[in-house]
Design a protein around this ligand. Structure first.
Ligand SMILES: [Zn+2]
Ligand SMILES: [Zn+2]
Length: 146
């Protein structure tokens, strides 16, 4: 049992920047819907989900070029991975969780970005060589996501 939910701790979602990392009372945000979506995904996978990053403070978001629309600054996004599972497989499983409305395959990091944006149509993309590529059916095939 984590201190936030069955499998997660508050610390899993803290900002990873140098300034926040060393500070005990660094501010952070976590949307409980995101934790719920992660728990659902955990059950589907039946394997431990690791959080590479989630909340970003303003400075860190700016540094990473996240922009004002980044769901990381609201605690509504996370980059996740599972040991022994490809990010492609993780992406496919995550797409089975209805609550996840933004889904990105981050090939640079070997992670999957998930977020809880308010959009009827799910947004899906691949991040590769610093670029975001929107996923179409054709491209999903190219990336092994269908
Ligand atoms: Zn920070
Ligand atoms: Zn992200």
């Amino acid at each position: 049992m984590g201190n936030l939910s069955e499998h997660f701790n508050h610390q899993d979602f803290f900002c990873r920047c140098e300034a926040c990392k060393g500070s005990k009372d660094a501010e952070y945000k976590i949307h409980l819907g995101l934790v719920g979506a992660l728990e659902l995904l955990w059950v589907k996978l039946n394997r431990p989900i690791k959080i590479k990053s989630s909340y970003r403070c303003e400075a860190q978001n700016e540094k990473l070029g996240g922009g004002r629309k980044s769901f990381h600054i609201y605690g509504k996004a996370a980059h996740i991975y599972v040991d022994g599972l490809s990010p492609q497989e993780l992406f496919k499983k995550a797409s089975e969780v209805e609550e996840i409305r933004g889904l990105g395959l981050n090939l640079e990091e070997g992670t999957v970005h998930i977020d809880l944006r308010d959009e009827k149509d799910r947004q899906e993309w691949v991040k590769e060589k610093g670029k975001y590529v929107t996923l179409t059916a054709d491209r999903k095939h190219v990336y092994g996501l269908d």
